[in-house]
Design a protein around this ligand. Structure first.
Ligand code: PLP
Length: 421
């Protein structure tokens, strides 16, 4: 008699891998995650991600597919699309991009020829690789022009951005960042794009959860196209999404499929639909506001302990710390903090005097901690631990003690989607 493989779980069929998953689960449960692009997806989102929808091919779009058997998949994709449009007030949506990077590439593919001019924020100033940075395909295939932040305020400098746009007349201007702690003025970008007759693309990968909840201004009324990941503050599965004006729908849809991708990941589309429904609730609005409140509280508590913050604080989910005055490189600090159960990443600061692999800063974000229910008092504790560890990064007794205290605190704030075992 053959065994029914369907009833066996990973723990039985692949114990080696199961151990790794369990250990990662424990790591995520026992540490304070300050990586601003990470989050804890809900159990419902994880469930959809692990569903049989992963088995189905559905190249094309609802009603126009290249395979049969789409009766239910079409409904899943339409549900995700309609929820996206309703949540963000967008005219049209494409929920098929595999992630944020392919979403951006699809937009460029829809509107640019190789060699055309693309203008975005420079990576060392907070922009993303896919905004035209030189090692990315977007910097190699297109003529990328990069704007920076203001040399003194370290904020977006719209006079300089306008001057650069007038000089280079880009076909696309991209607004959006991976390491910018302040509100982005999308109306100002739209005004510049209009003047130079560029297409305005807003990439809200980091902040789409804040935008959905109304705690960051929305680019949707101002931008031709809005791209986002679905797994950062939006708290969905790993994926990407494009919102757009109706007049761009055909070009974008053709660029995603068949231009760039094959079959959509239907399990991800379903999980996105779940996340979008969650993001439409009042609870989500409370969560998004708390992300910002926590970020401000952490920024203040760090400032009080002598940490220098880029732009002096935070309006969103993210804090960029310049460790120059603490006499410790970003990498050394990030590694010591990791040993202490406080997980962040080293990062360049604007006009960094150190090298990109060994920069002066660390980047912090509050989405994950907020998803666990942590509030201002926990942010103050966190700043205290960070100050201790950064002062003595080599002190192993200290990092071990802090790691234990962090794990103890984390026990009181169970993470969404992680079972208590
Ligand atoms: C994270 C991010 C992306 C890329 O998303 P991936 O899913 O990692 O490909 C694109 N743009 C911005 C601004 C991001 O922060």
């Amino acid at each position: 008699m053959t065994k029914n493989l369907g009833l066996r779980t990973i723990a039985e069929t692949d114990p080696e891998l199961w151990e790794l998953i369990l250990a990662e689960e424990q790591r995520q449960a026992r540490t304070m995650r300050l990586i601003p692009s990470e989050n804890y997806a809900s159990a419902a989102v994880l469930e959809a991600t692990g569903s049989v929808l992963t088995n189905k091919y559905s190249e094309g779009y609802p009603g126009r597919r290249y395979y049969e058997g789409q009766q239910l998949i079409d409904q899943v994709e339409k549900l995700a699309r309609n929820r996206a449009k309703a949540l963000f007030g967008a005219e049209a949506a494409n929920v098929q991009p595999y992630s944020g990077s392919p979403a951006n590439l699809a937009v460029y593919f829809a509107f640019l020829d190789p060699g055309d001019t693309l203008m975005g924020m420079a990576l060392p100033h907070g922009g993303h690789l896919t905004h035209g940075w030189n090692v990315s395909i977007t910097g190699k295939y297109y003529n990328a022009v990069q704007y920076t932040v203001h040399p003194e305020t370290h904020r977006l400098d719209f006079d300089a951005i306008r001057a650069l746009a007038r000089e280079h007349r880009p076909k696309i201007i991209v607004a959006g960042a991976t390491a910018y702690p302040r509100i982005i003025d999308f109306a100002a970008f739209a005004d510049i794009a209009r003047e130079v007759e560029a297409l305005f693309v807003a990439d809200i990968a980091h902040i789409s959860g804040l935008v959905a909840a109304g705690v960051h201004p929305s680019p949707v009324p101002h931008a031709d196209v809005v791209t986002t990941t679905t797994h950062k503050t939006l708290r969905g599965p790993r994926g990407g999404m494009i919102l757009m004006k109706k007049k761009h729908r055909k070009a974008i849809n053709n660029a995603v499929f068949p231009g760039l991708q094959g079959g959509p990941h239907n399990h991800t589309t379903a999980a996105l639909a779940v996340a979008l429904a969650e993001a439409a609730t009042d609870e989500f609005k409370v969560y998004a506001q708390q992300i910002v409140d926590n970020s401000k509280a952490l920024a203040e508590a760090l400032s009080e302990r002598g940490f220098e913050l880029v732009t002096g604080g935070s309006d969103n989910h993210l804090i960029l710390v310049d460790l120059t005055s603490k006499n410790i490189p970003g990498k050394v600090a990030a590694q010591a903090l990791d040993r202490a159960g406080i997980v962040c990443n080293y990062n360049t600061v604007p006009f960094d005097k150190r090298k990109p692999f060994d920069p002066s800063g660390i980047r912090l974000g509050t989405p994950s901690l907020t998803s666990r229910g942590m509030k201002q008092p926990e942010m103050v504790k966190l700043a205290q631990w960070m100050a201790e560890v950064v002062a003595k990064p080599e002190d192993e007794a200290l990092t071990t003690r802090v790691a234990n205290e962090v794990a103890e605190l984390c026990k009181g704030f169970p993470a969404p989607g992680i079972p208590i075992r």
